[in-house]
Design a protein around this ligand. Structure first.
Ligand code: HEM
Length: 131
């Protein structure tokens, strides 16, 4: 049983086929529509017109990471099984890092909060020393 599952894994032709974000972003039009779901790359060009949720939602996500939108919809198991047939490869590890890196706004709070805390401590210190 376990062996047959492993065999299935090895036969998946897209495994080890890596694409960088810059490459995927080029496929953002109706002639070639790629999206990323859970770090895997999907070519949905031939599925656009058949998608029960409509063509438009897929077009909007074309060339980018659609994982959140895909999960928000709560796609059925059938939909997930169907999605496997469109996988063409995996997101390159370097692109995974850049896609999931900490957004700027977070690094901003990383220094703003300590700066405000330091200011409060400095003011308190001055206040008590002047007495
Ligand atoms: C490989 C990619 C995808 C496949 C194979 C797929 C397939 C399907 C299928 C089979 C359904 C019918 C309902 C179900 O069985 O869950 C559906 C509905 C839907 N999908 Fe997708 N989908 C994909 C990606 C997306 C993405 C990326 C979005 C959002 C940007 C999306 C948005 C929707 C919406 C809004 C519906 C309608 C839900 C409803 O009527 O309740 N889908 N999709």
């Amino acid at each position: 049983m376990v062996k047959s599952e492993n065999d299935k894994c090895e036969k998946e032709p897209w495994r080890g086929q890596y694409y960088r974000l810059e490459e995927i972003q080029k496929h953002n039009h109706s002639q070639s529509t790629w999206i990323i779901l859970h770090n895997r790359v999907y070519d949905l060009t031939k599925f656009l017109e058949e998608h029960p949720g409509g063509e438009e939602v897929l077009r909007e996500q074309a060339g980018g990471d659609a994982t959140e939108s895909f999960e928000d919809v709560g796609h059925s198991t059938d939909a997930r099984n169907l999605s496997d047939t469109f996988i063409v490869g995996e997101l390159h590890p370097v692109s995974i890092l850049s896609l999931h890196s900490v957004p700027d706004s977070f690094s901003w709070t990383n220094w703003v909060i300590p700066a405000i805390a330091a200011l409060i401590v400095a003011l308190m210190y001055r206040f008590y020393m002047s007495e």
